[in-house]
Design a binder for this molecule. Sequence first.
Ligand code: SF4
Ligand code: SF4
Length: 435
Amino acid sequence: MTRDFQANPNLDNLLLRCVGCGLCLPHCATWAATGNEVHSPLGRLVLLDDLLKEPSAANRDAYADAFNLCIGCRACEAACPSGVPFSLLEHGQRLTSAGIPRPSGLMASLIRRLDSPALLNLLRIAGQLGRGIMRQVWGPGWRRRLDTAALGTDKLVRLLGSLPTTPMRDEELVRQLDLLSGLNSTDSFGVMALPQNHREVFFFSGCANDGLLPGTSRRFIELLKTVGCRVHFADNQQCCGALAVHTGQPGKADLLKRNNLQAILPMTQSKEDDPEIPIVVEAAGCGLHLKDYGPEFGNRVLDAVVLLDDLPLPPMRQIPLKVVYHDPCHAWHGQGIYAEPRRLLQKIPGLDLVEPLEAEMCCGSGGAWGMHHRQMSEELGRRKALNLACTRADLVVTANPGCLGQIADGLAMEAPDLPILPLTDLLWYACQGNQ
Ligand code: SF4
Ligand code: SF4
């Protein structure tokens, strides 16, 4: 049967852009993990083409598997010289997942509720306690030993191991970074320069940062205020809805969007000659999702790293550390944020910024994806951790809570002595003691 080109003219035009060069393949994490063509961007496009040509002949289950396994990292889109859009793969996902019941069971139901800061807060405490106990019992290699112990608790261990974490208390963060860099902050801790720079910003906290990394959010806001920003908040803001989309709850995602538009838009609209207030987001995944709310809202969304790069930060102190930055896919491939974090890190005197192999490849987190595809996600996390550790860096930094937890879990397996922190925490530390 030949395809009816009139039925899907837009899709056909987009599909025809693919020239089959295969340049996207080496950037695709799922293809790297399985080596199977149908788990590559090109393979998925071929399946989509088949599906559109002969919908009745397609083996839906096999096709659904191939599309479900796509992380949505968009590394393929960024690498494609022909401009084949990621929306084609999303279309394939929609076509093949229609009518398939969403995952059930206790773990699936827990994952669907991970947009609650209160629940995340509880998990943060449980994760910290659990990891602390396991480290006491098994030492720094606890994660690997637990992995081979076959206790039947793999999913739970994986969930607890990959929850992002960073010191809650400032003193704890300073102590950790002092130890690593050989500095002694006791005298200067808490003192920062205060340049005059007035700017209005709205802070969108996001549930993962709110529930899991409250110390990081607080320090980031402190940093903004220190450089003269007036930071606005909305008490009734809600989750951006990305998790609801990823877990097949479109109705919930729409409701969250409507509520956020109602709560935030009026606070960020321009008054008379004032410019519109940017909506600053710490988590790259939330930022990308919020940009899809539509131009009126989306054009105001600004990643925290981009804002910091644009602000005149206080002079930073010397930090003699070798640091490697992990690019979150939703920042680099989704929003084109690449130079900003590097420029920020290079502003820190004495810091040696190094680049890892396969920098463009997803770490295997993908929000809910990593929890539904535990084994492959874990493999990708370990692969990323090894690439980062091979740089011989003293510290890994990143700018998305999902990547932070995923890589922490990979490092616990492959390089337990290599720490990982949010980029803004390192910047906050670098800005201490400059008065
Ligand atoms: S890089 Fe673009 S054109 Fe080349 S195979 Fe991949 S999707 Fe097709
Ligand atoms: S979005 Fe990521 S996982 Fe999906 S096909 Fe593209 S590169 Fe592969």
